[in-house]
Design a protein around this ligand. Structure first.
Ligand code: ZN
Length: 490
Protein backbone atom coordinates (compact mmCIF):
# COMPACT_ATOMS: atom_id res chain seq x y z
CA UNK A 1 0.00 0.00 0.00
CA UNK A 2 1.18 3.49 -0.81
CA UNK A 3 2.18 5.79 2.00
CA UNK A 4 -0.20 8.73 2.44
CA UNK A 5 1.42 12.15 2.42
CA UNK A 6 1.50 13.78 5.84
CA UNK A 7 2.02 17.50 5.45
CA UNK A 8 2.79 19.92 8.28
CA UNK A 9 0.17 22.65 8.29
CA UNK A 10 1.45 25.89 9.82
CA UNK A 11 -2.13 26.94 10.50
CA UNK A 12 -2.99 23.92 12.70
CA UNK A 13 0.63 23.49 13.84
CA UNK A 14 0.56 19.76 13.18
CA UNK A 15 1.07 17.19 10.46
CA UNK A 16 -2.13 16.44 8.59
CA UNK A 17 -2.97 13.80 6.03
CA UNK A 18 -2.99 15.48 2.62
CA UNK A 19 -6.49 15.35 1.14
CA UNK A 20 -6.95 17.62 -1.89
CA UNK A 21 -10.25 19.50 -2.10
CA UNK A 22 -10.92 18.27 -5.62
CA UNK A 23 -8.69 15.25 -6.41
CA UNK A 24 -6.83 14.50 -8.60
CA UNK A 25 -6.47 18.26 -9.01
CA UNK A 26 -4.23 20.18 -6.63
CA UNK A 27 -4.00 23.97 -6.50
CA UNK A 28 -0.77 25.36 -5.09
CA UNK A 29 0.13 29.02 -4.64
CA UNK A 30 3.62 30.08 -3.61
CA UNK A 31 4.80 33.64 -3.01
CA UNK A 32 7.45 34.30 -5.62
CA UNK A 33 10.26 36.80 -5.90
CA UNK A 34 10.20 40.57 -5.82
CA UNK A 35 12.00 41.16 -9.08
CA UNK A 36 14.39 43.77 -7.88
CA UNK A 37 18.03 42.74 -7.48
CA UNK A 38 19.92 39.62 -8.47
CA UNK A 39 18.60 36.24 -7.33
CA UNK A 40 20.44 35.16 -4.19
CA UNK A 41 20.89 32.23 -1.89
CA UNK A 42 17.71 33.16 -0.01
CA UNK A 43 15.68 32.58 -3.19
CA UNK A 44 17.01 29.06 -3.63
CA UNK A 45 15.42 27.39 -0.61
CA UNK A 46 11.72 28.22 -1.13
CA UNK A 47 12.07 27.62 -4.87
CA UNK A 48 13.61 24.17 -4.33
CA UNK A 49 11.26 23.24 -1.45
CA UNK A 50 8.13 23.89 -3.49
CA UNK A 51 9.69 22.44 -6.63
CA UNK A 52 10.15 19.24 -4.62
CA UNK A 53 6.50 19.30 -3.54
CA UNK A 54 5.38 20.09 -7.13
CA UNK A 55 7.46 17.22 -8.55
CA UNK A 56 6.40 14.77 -5.85
CA UNK A 57 2.67 15.49 -6.21
CA UNK A 58 2.93 15.09 -9.99
CA UNK A 59 4.85 11.82 -9.60
CA UNK A 60 2.05 10.62 -7.30
CA UNK A 61 -0.44 11.19 -10.10
CA UNK A 62 -1.97 14.52 -9.07
CA UNK A 63 -2.73 17.18 -11.65
CA UNK A 64 -1.08 20.20 -10.09
CA UNK A 65 -1.70 23.82 -11.00
CA UNK A 66 1.26 25.61 -9.47
CA UNK A 67 0.97 29.41 -9.36
CA UNK A 68 4.00 31.45 -8.32
CA UNK A 69 3.68 35.21 -8.58
CA UNK A 70 6.14 37.85 -9.70
CA UNK A 71 6.05 40.93 -7.47
CA UNK A 72 6.82 43.86 -9.71
CA UNK A 73 4.87 46.64 -8.04
CA UNK A 74 3.99 48.06 -4.67
CA UNK A 75 6.54 46.32 -2.53
CA UNK A 76 9.41 47.83 -0.60
CA UNK A 77 11.01 44.82 1.08
CA UNK A 78 8.66 44.06 3.96
CA UNK A 79 6.77 47.27 4.13
CA UNK A 80 4.41 48.10 1.34
CA UNK A 81 2.99 51.08 3.17
CA UNK A 82 5.73 53.65 3.08
CA UNK A 83 7.90 55.35 0.53
CA UNK A 84 8.55 54.88 -3.14
CA UNK A 85 8.64 51.52 -4.83
CA UNK A 86 12.23 50.40 -5.53
CA UNK A 87 11.54 49.37 -9.11
CA UNK A 88 9.86 52.69 -9.79
CA UNK A 89 12.74 54.58 -8.21
CA UNK A 90 15.41 52.83 -10.26
CA UNK A 91 13.36 53.32 -13.40
CA UNK A 92 12.96 57.02 -12.68
CA UNK A 93 16.66 57.54 -11.88
CA UNK A 94 17.94 55.59 -14.88
CA UNK A 95 15.23 56.68 -17.29
CA UNK A 96 13.98 53.17 -17.90
CA UNK A 97 10.48 51.84 -18.18
CA UNK A 98 9.65 50.17 -14.84
CA UNK A 99 8.77 47.07 -16.86
CA UNK A 100 12.32 47.07 -18.25
CA UNK A 101 13.72 46.84 -14.74
CA UNK A 102 11.25 44.15 -13.71
CA UNK A 103 11.81 42.16 -16.90
CA UNK A 104 15.59 42.22 -16.51
CA UNK A 105 15.46 40.79 -12.98
CA UNK A 106 12.68 38.33 -13.86
CA UNK A 107 14.92 36.88 -16.56
CA UNK A 108 17.87 36.70 -14.14
CA UNK A 109 15.67 34.86 -11.65
CA UNK A 110 14.35 32.39 -14.24
CA UNK A 111 17.82 31.62 -15.52
CA UNK A 112 19.13 30.93 -11.98
CA UNK A 113 16.12 28.70 -11.28
CA UNK A 114 16.69 26.76 -14.50
CA UNK A 115 20.28 26.15 -13.45
CA UNK A 116 19.00 24.79 -10.12
CA UNK A 117 16.70 22.50 -12.15
CA UNK A 118 13.63 24.16 -10.62
CA UNK A 119 10.69 23.54 -12.93
CA UNK A 120 8.63 26.46 -14.19
CA UNK A 121 5.32 26.83 -12.38
CA UNK A 122 2.08 26.39 -14.35
CA UNK A 123 1.35 30.14 -14.18
CA UNK A 124 3.62 33.04 -13.21
CA UNK A 125 1.30 36.04 -12.86
CA UNK A 126 2.69 39.56 -12.49
CA UNK A 127 1.17 41.86 -9.88
CA UNK A 128 1.22 44.75 -12.37
CA UNK A 129 -0.87 42.69 -14.79
CA UNK A 130 -3.66 42.17 -12.22
CA UNK A 131 -4.55 45.68 -11.07
CA UNK A 132 -8.24 45.32 -12.01
CA UNK A 133 -8.58 42.10 -9.97
CA UNK A 134 -6.92 43.81 -7.02
CA UNK A 135 -9.23 46.81 -7.20
CA UNK A 136 -12.25 44.47 -7.27
CA UNK A 137 -10.91 42.61 -4.24
CA UNK A 138 -10.43 45.86 -2.33
CA UNK A 139 -14.04 46.84 -3.11
CA UNK A 140 -15.25 43.61 -1.49
CA UNK A 141 -13.22 44.30 1.63
CA UNK A 142 -14.65 47.84 1.81
CA UNK A 143 -18.16 46.35 1.50
CA UNK A 144 -17.51 44.10 4.47
CA UNK A 145 -16.53 47.14 6.54
CA UNK A 146 -12.99 45.93 7.19
CA UNK A 147 -11.32 48.79 5.31
CA UNK A 148 -11.44 52.56 5.20
CA UNK A 149 -10.45 55.21 2.73
CA UNK A 150 -8.14 57.94 3.86
CA UNK A 151 -6.84 60.71 1.64
CA UNK A 152 -6.98 58.59 -1.55
CA UNK A 153 -5.48 55.49 0.05
CA UNK A 154 -7.34 52.46 1.39
CA UNK A 155 -6.27 50.71 4.57
CA UNK A 156 -7.30 47.44 6.15
CA UNK A 157 -8.99 48.05 9.49
CA UNK A 158 -7.33 45.38 11.62
CA UNK A 159 -9.30 46.17 14.76
CA UNK A 160 -12.66 45.99 12.97
CA UNK A 161 -11.68 42.68 11.40
CA UNK A 162 -10.32 41.29 14.64
CA UNK A 163 -13.69 41.73 16.34
CA UNK A 164 -15.05 38.88 14.20
CA UNK A 165 -11.92 36.99 13.16
CA UNK A 166 -8.56 36.30 14.72
CA UNK A 167 -5.88 38.53 13.23
CA UNK A 168 -2.69 36.58 14.03
CA UNK A 169 -4.18 33.11 13.60
CA UNK A 170 -1.29 31.90 11.42
CA UNK A 171 1.65 33.31 13.34
CA UNK A 172 0.05 32.55 16.71
CA UNK A 173 -0.16 36.14 17.90
CA UNK A 174 -2.99 38.24 19.17
CA UNK A 175 -3.68 41.87 18.51
CA UNK A 176 -2.26 43.02 21.86
CA UNK A 177 1.17 41.54 21.01
CA UNK A 178 0.99 43.05 17.57
CA UNK A 179 0.13 46.50 18.94
CA UNK A 180 3.17 46.39 21.23
CA UNK A 181 5.41 45.17 18.40
CA UNK A 182 4.40 47.69 15.79
CA UNK A 183 6.26 50.94 15.76
CA UNK A 184 4.79 54.03 14.21
CA UNK A 185 7.09 54.44 11.23
CA UNK A 186 5.69 57.60 9.79
CA UNK A 187 4.00 60.21 11.94
CA UNK A 188 2.05 61.71 9.07
CA UNK A 189 0.57 58.40 7.96
CA UNK A 190 -3.07 58.38 6.90
CA UNK A 191 -3.60 55.16 8.86
CA UNK A 192 -5.79 55.05 11.95
CA UNK A 193 -3.52 52.52 13.63
CA UNK A 194 0.09 51.54 13.07
CA UNK A 195 -0.88 47.91 12.44
CA UNK A 196 -3.40 48.74 9.70
CA UNK A 197 -1.94 47.91 6.31
CA UNK A 198 -2.36 49.47 2.86
CA UNK A 199 -4.67 47.88 0.31
CA UNK A 200 -4.34 50.82 -2.08
CA UNK A 201 -1.81 53.61 -1.92
CA UNK A 202 -2.25 57.03 -3.50
CA UNK A 203 0.79 57.75 -5.67
CA UNK A 204 2.95 60.74 -4.89
CA UNK A 205 3.62 63.04 -7.91
CA UNK A 206 7.05 61.47 -8.70
CA UNK A 207 5.67 57.93 -8.56
CA UNK A 208 5.55 56.68 -12.15
CA UNK A 209 3.92 53.27 -11.59
CA UNK A 210 0.31 54.30 -11.11
CA UNK A 211 -3.14 53.20 -12.15
CA UNK A 212 -6.54 54.83 -11.90
CA UNK A 213 -8.89 53.54 -9.21
CA UNK A 214 -12.09 54.74 -7.49
CA UNK A 215 -9.93 56.22 -4.71
CA UNK A 216 -6.94 57.81 -6.45
CA UNK A 217 -4.29 57.30 -9.08
CA UNK A 218 -2.04 54.90 -7.23
CA UNK A 219 -0.93 51.32 -6.77
CA UNK A 220 -1.96 48.29 -4.71
CA UNK A 221 -0.40 47.31 -1.38
CA UNK A 222 1.89 44.30 -1.61
CA UNK A 223 -0.30 41.78 0.26
CA UNK A 224 -3.21 42.39 -2.10
CA UNK A 225 -1.68 40.78 -5.19
CA UNK A 226 -1.48 37.32 -3.62
CA UNK A 227 -5.12 37.31 -2.46
CA UNK A 228 -6.33 38.57 -5.84
CA UNK A 229 -4.19 36.32 -8.03
CA UNK A 230 -4.60 33.12 -6.01
CA UNK A 231 -8.38 33.59 -6.12
CA UNK A 232 -8.32 34.30 -9.86
CA UNK A 233 -6.30 31.23 -10.82
CA UNK A 234 -7.09 28.71 -8.08
CA UNK A 235 -10.53 29.74 -6.88
CA UNK A 236 -11.85 30.84 -3.51
CA UNK A 237 -10.64 27.62 -1.90
CA UNK A 238 -7.45 25.89 -2.91
CA UNK A 239 -5.13 23.29 -1.43
CA UNK A 240 -1.66 24.59 -0.64
CA UNK A 241 -0.26 28.03 0.07
CA UNK A 242 3.49 28.13 0.49
CA UNK A 243 6.38 30.46 1.10
CA UNK A 244 9.34 31.15 3.34
CA UNK A 245 8.84 31.43 7.11
CA UNK A 246 9.84 35.09 6.87
CA UNK A 247 6.58 35.75 4.99
CA UNK A 248 4.35 34.32 7.69
CA UNK A 249 3.99 37.71 9.36
CA UNK A 250 2.82 40.12 8.20
CA UNK A 251 2.42 39.01 4.57
CA UNK A 252 0.53 35.73 4.93
CA UNK A 253 -1.36 36.94 7.98
CA UNK A 254 -2.58 39.89 5.90
CA UNK A 255 -3.53 37.57 3.01
CA UNK A 256 -5.66 35.48 5.36
CA UNK A 257 -7.32 38.63 6.72
CA UNK A 258 -8.03 39.97 3.21
CA UNK A 259 -9.48 36.67 1.97
CA UNK A 260 -11.52 36.06 5.12
CA UNK A 261 -12.93 39.56 4.90
CA UNK A 262 -13.77 39.50 1.18
CA UNK A 263 -14.75 35.84 0.78
CA UNK A 264 -15.93 34.98 4.28
CA UNK A 265 -13.26 32.32 4.75
CA UNK A 266 -9.54 31.66 4.42
CA UNK A 267 -8.55 30.37 0.98
CA UNK A 268 -5.82 27.83 1.63
CA UNK A 269 -6.34 24.44 3.25
CA UNK A 270 -2.66 23.79 4.02
CA UNK A 271 -0.15 26.52 4.80
CA UNK A 272 3.40 25.28 4.20
CA UNK A 273 6.50 27.25 5.20
CA UNK A 274 10.14 26.50 4.60
CA UNK A 275 12.75 27.51 7.17
CA UNK A 276 15.52 29.97 6.36
CA UNK A 277 19.17 29.65 5.36
CA UNK A 278 21.74 31.18 7.68
CA UNK A 279 25.35 31.85 6.73
CA UNK A 280 27.92 30.71 9.28
CA UNK A 281 25.14 30.93 11.85
CA UNK A 282 24.02 34.45 10.94
CA UNK A 283 21.10 35.81 9.02
CA UNK A 284 21.93 36.82 5.47
CA UNK A 285 21.94 40.56 4.93
CA UNK A 286 23.60 43.21 2.79
CA UNK A 287 24.86 45.08 5.87
CA UNK A 288 26.51 41.92 7.26
CA UNK A 289 28.61 41.42 4.11
CA UNK A 290 27.30 37.87 3.76
CA UNK A 291 24.78 38.50 1.02
CA UNK A 292 25.62 35.93 -1.68
CA UNK A 293 23.98 35.95 -5.09
CA UNK A 294 23.45 32.65 -6.91
CA UNK A 295 25.77 33.78 -9.67
CA UNK A 296 28.57 34.41 -7.16
CA UNK A 297 27.91 31.00 -5.68
CA UNK A 298 28.10 29.24 -9.06
CA UNK A 299 31.29 31.16 -10.00
CA UNK A 300 32.94 31.22 -6.58
CA UNK A 301 33.43 34.99 -6.75
CA UNK A 302 32.17 36.10 -3.31
CA UNK A 303 34.93 36.74 -0.71
CA UNK A 304 33.27 34.30 1.71
CA UNK A 305 33.54 31.44 -0.77
CA UNK A 306 36.58 29.15 -0.88
CA UNK A 307 35.54 27.77 -4.27
CA UNK A 308 32.69 27.70 -6.79
CA UNK A 309 29.73 25.45 -6.03
CA UNK A 310 27.76 23.99 -8.89
CA UNK A 311 23.99 24.46 -9.05
CA UNK A 312 23.43 20.76 -8.28
CA UNK A 313 25.70 20.97 -5.24
CA UNK A 314 23.52 23.82 -3.97
CA UNK A 315 20.34 21.87 -4.72
CA UNK A 316 21.66 18.73 -3.03
CA UNK A 317 22.80 20.79 -0.02
CA UNK A 318 19.28 22.18 0.39
CA UNK A 319 17.60 18.79 -0.10
CA UNK A 320 19.87 17.17 2.47
CA UNK A 321 18.04 19.09 5.19
CA UNK A 322 14.34 18.78 5.95
CA UNK A 323 12.60 21.92 4.67
CA UNK A 324 11.36 22.93 8.14
CA UNK A 325 14.77 22.74 9.81
CA UNK A 326 17.28 25.55 9.76
CA UNK A 327 20.09 25.19 7.29
CA UNK A 328 23.45 26.75 7.87
CA UNK A 329 25.53 27.59 4.88
CA UNK A 330 29.31 27.19 5.21
CA UNK A 331 32.13 26.17 2.91
CA UNK A 332 32.55 22.90 4.82
CA UNK A 333 28.87 22.02 4.51
CA UNK A 334 28.86 22.82 0.80
CA UNK A 335 32.01 20.77 0.19
CA UNK A 336 30.44 17.85 2.05
CA UNK A 337 27.35 18.18 -0.16
CA UNK A 338 29.55 18.19 -3.26
CA UNK A 339 31.19 14.92 -2.15
CA UNK A 340 27.87 13.36 -1.22
CA UNK A 341 26.32 14.20 -4.58
CA UNK A 342 29.34 12.77 -6.34
CA UNK A 343 29.07 9.54 -4.35
CA UNK A 344 25.37 9.25 -5.22
CA UNK A 345 25.95 9.84 -8.93
CA UNK A 346 28.80 7.30 -8.99
CA UNK A 347 26.55 4.78 -7.26
CA UNK A 348 23.89 5.28 -9.93
CA UNK A 349 26.55 4.89 -12.59
CA UNK A 350 27.75 1.67 -10.92
CA UNK A 351 24.22 0.27 -11.07
CA UNK A 352 24.40 0.70 -14.84
CA UNK A 353 27.49 -1.51 -14.94
CA UNK A 354 26.08 -4.37 -12.84
CA UNK A 355 25.80 -7.68 -14.71
CA UNK A 356 22.51 -9.61 -14.48
CA UNK A 357 22.41 -12.82 -12.42
CA UNK A 358 20.02 -15.76 -12.08
CA UNK A 359 18.50 -14.58 -8.85
CA UNK A 360 18.11 -11.35 -6.92
CA UNK A 361 19.28 -10.52 -3.41
CA UNK A 362 18.11 -6.92 -3.88
CA UNK A 363 14.54 -5.65 -4.21
CA UNK A 364 13.60 -2.59 -6.24
CA UNK A 365 10.15 -2.53 -4.61
CA UNK A 366 11.73 -2.28 -1.20
CA UNK A 367 13.87 0.68 -2.29
CA UNK A 368 10.78 2.37 -3.73
CA UNK A 369 8.72 1.74 -0.58
CA UNK A 370 11.43 3.11 1.69
CA UNK A 371 11.82 6.30 -0.38
CA UNK A 372 8.04 6.70 -0.51
CA UNK A 373 7.70 6.31 3.24
CA UNK A 374 10.41 8.93 3.85
CA UNK A 375 8.97 11.46 1.42
CA UNK A 376 5.38 10.94 2.59
CA UNK A 377 6.53 11.94 6.06
CA UNK A 378 6.24 15.69 5.45
CA UNK A 379 8.58 15.71 2.44
CA UNK A 380 11.59 14.33 4.26
CA UNK A 381 14.06 14.64 1.40
CA UNK A 382 16.94 14.19 3.85
CA UNK A 383 15.63 10.72 4.74
CA UNK A 384 15.11 9.85 1.04
CA UNK A 385 18.73 10.73 0.35
CA UNK A 386 19.91 8.57 3.21
CA UNK A 387 17.91 5.61 1.82
CA UNK A 388 19.54 6.21 -1.57
CA UNK A 389 22.96 6.15 0.10
CA UNK A 390 22.15 2.75 1.64
CA UNK A 391 21.53 1.52 -1.88
CA UNK A 392 24.68 3.11 -3.30
CA UNK A 393 26.55 0.62 -1.10
CA UNK A 394 24.38 -2.18 -2.46
CA UNK A 395 24.91 -1.07 -6.09
CA UNK A 396 28.67 -1.22 -5.58
CA UNK A 397 28.24 -4.70 -4.12
CA UNK A 398 26.24 -5.68 -7.22
CA UNK A 399 29.18 -4.70 -9.40
CA UNK A 400 31.64 -6.55 -7.20
CA UNK A 401 29.47 -9.67 -7.01
CA UNK A 402 28.58 -9.63 -3.27
CA UNK A 403 24.94 -9.05 -4.22
CA UNK A 404 23.04 -10.15 -7.28
CA UNK A 405 20.02 -9.10 -9.34
CA UNK A 406 18.25 -10.50 -12.40
CA UNK A 407 18.09 -8.45 -15.60
CA UNK A 408 14.47 -7.62 -14.80
CA UNK A 409 15.30 -6.53 -11.25
CA UNK A 410 18.23 -4.43 -12.49
CA UNK A 411 15.97 -2.61 -14.93
CA UNK A 412 13.44 -1.99 -12.15
CA UNK A 413 16.16 -0.72 -9.80
CA UNK A 414 17.34 1.74 -12.44
CA UNK A 415 13.80 3.01 -13.00
CA UNK A 416 13.18 3.42 -9.25
CA UNK A 417 16.47 5.24 -8.68
CA UNK A 418 15.87 7.54 -11.62
CA UNK A 419 12.35 8.31 -10.40
CA UNK A 420 13.60 9.34 -6.95
CA UNK A 421 16.95 10.96 -7.71
CA UNK A 422 16.13 12.72 -10.98
CA UNK A 423 12.36 13.05 -11.33
CA UNK A 424 11.37 13.79 -7.71
CA UNK A 425 14.51 15.18 -6.03
CA UNK A 426 15.25 16.91 -9.33
CA UNK A 427 18.98 16.17 -9.31
CA UNK A 428 20.98 16.16 -12.49
CA UNK A 429 24.22 14.34 -13.26
CA UNK A 430 26.23 17.48 -14.02
CA UNK A 431 29.45 15.65 -14.73
CA UNK A 432 27.82 13.35 -17.24
CA UNK A 433 26.12 16.38 -18.79
CA UNK A 434 29.27 18.50 -18.96
CA UNK A 435 31.26 15.50 -20.16
CA UNK A 436 28.61 14.93 -22.80
CA UNK A 437 31.62 14.32 -24.99
CA UNK A 438 32.80 11.38 -22.91
CA UNK A 439 31.69 9.02 -25.68
CA UNK A 440 33.78 10.90 -28.21
CA UNK A 441 36.71 11.13 -25.84
CA UNK A 442 36.55 7.48 -24.80
CA UNK A 443 38.32 5.91 -27.80
CA UNK A 444 41.15 8.42 -27.50
CA UNK A 445 41.63 7.82 -23.79
CA UNK A 446 41.44 4.07 -24.30
CA UNK A 447 44.12 4.32 -26.97
CA UNK A 448 46.43 6.32 -24.70
CA UNK A 449 45.83 3.89 -21.86
CA UNK A 450 46.66 0.90 -24.02
CA UNK A 451 49.92 2.64 -24.99
CA UNK A 452 50.52 3.17 -21.30
CA UNK A 453 49.90 -0.54 -20.61
CA UNK A 454 52.46 -1.39 -23.24
CA UNK A 455 54.96 1.09 -21.73
CA UNK A 456 54.41 -0.49 -18.33
CA UNK A 457 54.92 -3.97 -19.73
CA UNK A 458 58.19 -2.68 -21.24
CA UNK A 459 59.07 -1.16 -17.86
CA UNK A 460 59.15 2.27 -19.56
CA UNK A 461 57.99 4.05 -16.40
CA UNK A 462 58.74 7.53 -17.73
CA UNK A 463 56.26 7.16 -20.61
CA UNK A 464 53.69 5.42 -18.43
CA UNK A 465 53.81 8.19 -15.82
CA UNK A 466 53.77 10.90 -18.44
CA UNK A 467 50.57 9.58 -20.04
CA UNK A 468 48.89 9.36 -16.61
CA UNK A 469 50.05 12.86 -15.59
CA UNK A 470 49.01 14.47 -18.87
CA UNK A 471 45.58 12.89 -18.60
CA UNK A 472 45.25 14.09 -14.99
CA UNK A 473 46.20 17.58 -16.10
CA UNK A 474 43.24 17.71 -18.51
CA UNK A 475 40.87 16.34 -15.87
CA UNK A 476 40.93 12.60 -16.59
CA UNK A 477 41.76 10.55 -13.54
CA UNK A 478 43.39 7.16 -14.06
CA UNK A 479 42.98 4.51 -11.38
CA UNK A 480 45.21 1.46 -11.60
CA UNK A 481 43.72 -1.94 -10.85
CA UNK A 482 45.27 -5.39 -10.66
CA UNK A 483 44.18 -6.30 -14.16
CA UNK A 484 44.43 -2.96 -15.94
CA UNK A 485 43.01 0.42 -15.13
CA UNK A 486 39.86 2.52 -14.90
CA UNK A 487 39.40 6.15 -15.76
CA UNK A 488 36.91 8.91 -15.19
CA UNK A 489 36.41 12.52 -16.04
CA UNK A 490 36.80 14.59 -12.89
ZN1 ZN B 1 2.36 36.42 -1.30
Amino acid sequence: MKAKLQLYNTLSRKKEEFEPINPPRVGMYVCGPTVYGDPHLGHARPAITFDLLFRYLKAEGYKVRYVRNITDVGHLEHDADEGEDKIAKKARLEQLEPMEVAHYYTERYRSAMAQLNVQSPSIEPHASGHIIEQIEFIKKILESGDAYESNGSVYFDVEHYNARHHYGVLSGRNLDDIVTDTRELDGQSDKRHSYDFALWKKASPEHIMRWPSPWSDGFPGWHMECSAMSTKYLGERFDIHGGGMDLMFPHHECEIAQSSSALGHDSAKYWVHNNMITINGRKMGKSLGNFITLEELFNGTHPLLEQAYSPMTVRFFILQAHYRSTLDFSNDALKAAEKGLDRLMKGIEALGKAKPADKSTVSADELDARCEEAMADDLNSAAVISVLFDYVRIFNQLVEGQQSATAEELAKLKAVVERWAFEILGLRDEKAASAGGKDMVSPLVEMLLSMRMKAKADKDWATSDRIRDELTAIGIRVKDRKDGCDWEIE
